[in-house]
Design a binder for this molecule. Structure first.
Ligand code: NAD
Length: 406
């Protein structure tokens, strides 16, 4: 039996996928509300393909609990934020989960940490907790690290098909973990040591962050030169060895905008490029705000309450608002006198910010300048409704001429 600890964006699909592939699964979350919802057959967030996966899992062996259960295989998927000041990882959620698991874990149990951790975290923070428990209890427990790569919006498909990394102390434990993941994962599974697995995961997201920062810096250069950055990138990408990513209003989410800080926090004297990339990407919401100001001036618009931000999530077609560029933009607005900006996101049903709308038509009726912050499918299907609006397209999704870009 496999006990998945933490039923958020990563833990829940993982637990359901394991159950759908005939593993007996217990999903544990400390939040009673999450467990109650799942027990009541209600999913806790929207994600493509999750409804079907949930149905399949429920028809097999899965149950949900608020505490860990006695077994010999655990997967921990609790959050790993970073300290905003020191930029160092906060392992406390993983450690608390571990401390709840250890007293019930069976002899020779394997505890897999799936949460993203900075290189060295397993040895520096997590292993000592296990070793102390082993010396007090006389039990033997094995640790492994299997970081997750799936992307929100396509999680179910990527869980099945992505290649994975498993870090373990020895081959026997590594093979045992691999066997579990092989029950559903069709991608290649690389076995390595724990520290390499930690570093690989953080490096992957840092690579993405740096490449996005390059595109964002180009957007700023092209703005200064009064050129269209998308046209420059489109043509440059015809070069056989060039593949520039798309600029945008900033980087959000729980991974790309967080993980590079783990390297900066651990190696501040070595991470100049990584630090600069973070700074550039974090500056983009402010850049969008300046762009809004320029466009308002050009159109003799003075009323911020006639400006609407479309999209609150950090990316298209998901309901995740963590580190969202729109929220960052609104935060920086607090320092400006102008207020009243309108906001709408079809994926965000709860009341999150001031002047938030829950109906596209009502939102569009109340704005003259529309800023496309997120390319949800909904707006792509409704471009015809934008006739007559001044548009700032920060995502390069609007197909017609005449809109402003970054
Ligand atoms: N979301 C992503 O796109 C993504 C992708 C790859 C990797 N990751 C990594 O996966 C990890 C989890 O991220 P997430 O997005 O699923 O986070 P999340 O916040 O959506 O989910 C974490 C869950 O853990 C629960 N939890 C916290 N402490 C617990 C405890 N002691 N016992 C039981 N449950 C507990 C919380 O209640 C929450 O439901 C992080 O390290 C993250 O960096 C996330």
């Amino acid at each position: 039996m496999i006990n998945v600890i933490g039923l958020g964006y990563i833990g829940l699909p993982t637990a359901l996928m394991l159950a759908a592939h005939d593993n007996e699964v217990v999903g544990t979350d400390i939040k009673k509300e999450i467990v109650d919802n799942l027990k009541g057959k209600k999913l806790t967030f929207e994600e493509q393909g999750m409804e079907e996966l949930f149905k399949t899992a429920l028809s097999k062996k899965i149950r949900f609990e608020t505490a860990p259960v006695a077994t010999d295989f655990y997967i921990i998927t609790t959050p790993t934020p970073y300290d905003a000041k020191t930029k160092k990882i906060d392992c406390s959620y993983v450690i608390n989960a571990l401390k709840s698991v250890l007293p019930v874990a069976l002899e020779h149990a394997v505890i897999v940490v799936e949460s993203t951790v900075s290189p060295g975290s397993m040895d520096n923070f997590i292993r000592p907790v296990v070793e102390e428990y082993m010396s007090n209890s006389g039990k033997t427990i094995h640790l492994a690290h299997a970081p997750e790569r799936i992307i929100p919006g396509n999680m179910v498909h990527e869980l099945l098909t992505n290649a994975r990394t498993i870090g373990a102390d020895d081959e026997t434990v590594g093979e045992k973990v691999k066997q579990i993941y092989t029950s559903f994962c069709q991608g290649e599974i690389s076995l390595t040591d724990i520290k390499t697995a930690e570093m690989t995961k953080v490096v992957e997201n840092t690579f993405r962050d740096i490449n996005i920062a390059f595109a964002n810096e180009l957007a700023k250069i092209c703005r200064e030169a009064n050129m269209n950055v998308h046209e420059v990138i489109r043509i440059a990408n015809k070069h056989p060895r060039v593949n520039i990513l798309s600029p945008g209003p900033g980087v959000g989410g729980h991974c790309i905008s967080v993980d590079p800080w783990f390297l900066v926090g651990e190696y501040p004297y070595l991470t100049k490029l990584i630090y600069q990339a973070r700074q550039i990407n974090d500056s983009m919401p402010e850049f969008v705000l300046r762009r809004i100001g320029e466009i308002m001036e050009k159109h003799d618009l003075h009323d911020f309450s006639r400006v609407g931000l479309y999209g609150l999530t950090y990316k298209e077609n998901v309901d995740d608002i963590r580190e969202s560029p729109t929220l960052q933009l609104l935060e920086s607005m607090k320092n400006h006198l102008a207020t009243g900006l309108k906001v709408y996101d079809p994926m965000v049903k709860r009341e999150l910010v001031q002047n938030q709308y829950h109906d596209l038509d009502a939102f569009l009726k109340d704005v003259d300048l529309l800023v496309l912050m997120v390319g949800h499918d909904e707006i792509k299907k409704n471009f015809s409704k934008l006739n007559g609006k001044i548009i700032l397209d920060t995502r390069n999704i609007f197909p017609l001429e005449g809109c402003y870009t970054l």
